[in-house]
Design a protein around this ligand. Structure first.
Ligand SMILES: [Zn+2]
Length: 100
């Protein structure tokens, strides 16, 4: 029993991941759909590293938590939509295309 205890205490792999910095979380590998916005965010973060950020529930990218990147929504606790503007545009375009 004593021998098994140390194995059980081994941390799961996801707990070993370092917490990414804000700049790293603006995922560079996923630029394509949101390229323009992501470049702008990188510039903003370079000038203001303490900028509050919010993760989009649709694309999973992290954007500055303000109305330049998230449409306003009075129903949410933050006052901003949970989907970023890019994802909102993408979803409404897909919706229009699906109806056409
Ligand atoms: Zn998004």
């Amino acid at each position: 029993m004593v021998a098994k205890k140390s194995a059980a205490r081994r941390a799961p792999s996801n707990a070993e991941r370092a917490v990414p910095t804000a700049a790293e979380r603006v995922a560079p590998a996923r630029l394509t759909a949101h390229e323009k916005g992501t470049k702008l965010v990188a510039e903003l973060l370079a000038n203001a590293p303490e900028l509050p950020l919010a993760e989009c529930s649709h694309c999973g990218l992290v954007w500055p938590a303000d109305d330049r990147f998230f449409p306003r929504d009075k129903r949410t606790s933050t006052g901003l939509d949970v989907f970023c503007r890019n994802s909102k545009d993408e979803l409404s375009r897909k919706y229009r295309e699906a109806r056409a």
